[in-house]
Design a protein around this ligand. Structure first.
Ligand code: GLY
Length: 342
């Protein structure tokens, strides 16, 4: 098992290793007592909920469970309010714990409930998708969506523990696994050319434990340096300016990871000296690198996203693998930049 320690407003371990789902109770018992609510979704529940429940009850916890529909629509305010009411009905207090057992949607939703119920209760992330393991479960960004866009209501609230069990990836549908690979490739483009070369050489057969651990280390470093997203953490938005627009315009039929691959490829073509290699890496994983949407439509969608500041928007520019930077560009230039990368 590998452990990556995060030092932020709350300090916690991210543990990566096979068998961690069945060790959930034992791991939580080392940091908490009291009641636990496991929040999961309808895809994950039949696969892993019973094991999580058993592990926690065996360790002496009083456990309740709840399940939301799978998919981005569960980040609706309605599910957030339902969860708050459930906690109140069950008399949860600040000494109790929420466990998010699922992908990014369950993690973001549960995290935001944990951030706000009684002004903040403990929560633990047990990510079940690659995307959640390497990105969304670490760093404390929690949120729900508004009809105007993704993640528009949220809070920074760090988990108390993250358990990544790579065995859980074995049941992931191929498309969902590939969507997570887009975030892995994104991390490599941003921070680590050695990791990029490993991914480029091995494609989908990459060494999962090693790659997840390395991505979590990269995420840890950026979160420790800029927990509240005022500077360097915004590098993690590589490809997201485009991706959020594509997701919204396709009513989330194009999954987040696929949209991120398209967004990264567009900004690589627009800026990077080694854009061919970057685009090829996404293609090796069977990820899309092009979109039917025009530059004008993509630029308009990006401008309605929360990353706009007055008449500029901050883009993550890829100079080359391992060398990316934040650059404020004029809104009037955005369409042409996107056009150069289409
Ligand atoms: N997922 C981007 C971040 O955590 O900042």
């Amino acid at each position: 098992m590998n452990t990556v320690h995060v030092t932020a407003s709350r300090c916690y371990d991210v543990k990566i290793g096979r068998g961690l789902l069945d060790a959930l109770g034992q791991e939580l018992a080392a940091i908490a007592k009291g009641k636990v609510l496991i929040v999961t979704d309808e895809n994950v529940a039949p696969l892993y909920l019973a094991r999580a429940y058993q592990s926690l009850t065996k360790a002496g916890f009083c456990v309740a469970t709840t399940c939301v529909p799978a998919g981005e629509n569960s980040k609706d305010i309605k599910y957030y309010v339902n969860l708050l009411n459930l906690l109140a009905d069950k008399n949860f207090t600040r000494s109790d714990t929420l466990v998010a057992l699922g992908g990014g949607v369950v993690g973001d939703l549960t995290g935001f409930v944990a951030a706000t119920y009684l002004r903040g209760v403990r929560f633990v992330q047990v990510p079940t998708t690659l995307l959640a393991m390497v990105d969304s479960s670490v760093g404390g960004k929690t949120a729900v969506n508004l009809s105007s866009g993704k993640n528009q209501v949220g809070a920074f609230h760090q988990p108390s523990l993250v358990l990544c069990d790579p065995e859980l990836l074995d049941t992931l549908p191929e498309d969902v696994f590939k969507a997570g690979c887009a975030e892995v490739i994104k991390t490599a483009i941003l921070f680590d050319s050695v990791l990029f070369d490993h991914l480029y050489a091995n494609g989908l057969d990459f060494d999962r434990d090693r790659v997840i651990t390395r991505c979590v280390e990269c995420k840890r470093d950026i979160v420790c340096a800029d927990e509240f997203d005022n500077g360097q953490r915004q590098l993690l938005n590589l490809g997201h300016t485009i991706a959020h627009g594509i997701e919204k315009m396709t009513d989330f039929i194009i999954p987040h990871g696929m949209a991120v691959a398209i967004g990264c490829a567009i900004f690589a073509r627009a800026f990077a000296v080694d854009s061919e290699k970057i685009v090829e890496a996404f293609e090796k994983f069977g990820l899309p690198t092009r979109t039917e949407f025009s530059a004008e439509v993509l630029a308009n969608a990006a401008l309605s996203d929360k990353k706009r500041q007055g008449d500029t928007i901050t883009l993550v520019v890829v100079n080359m693998v391992g060398n990316c930077e934040l650059r404020a560009v004029k809104i009037s230039d955005l369409t042409n930049i996107i056009k150069a990368g289409l």
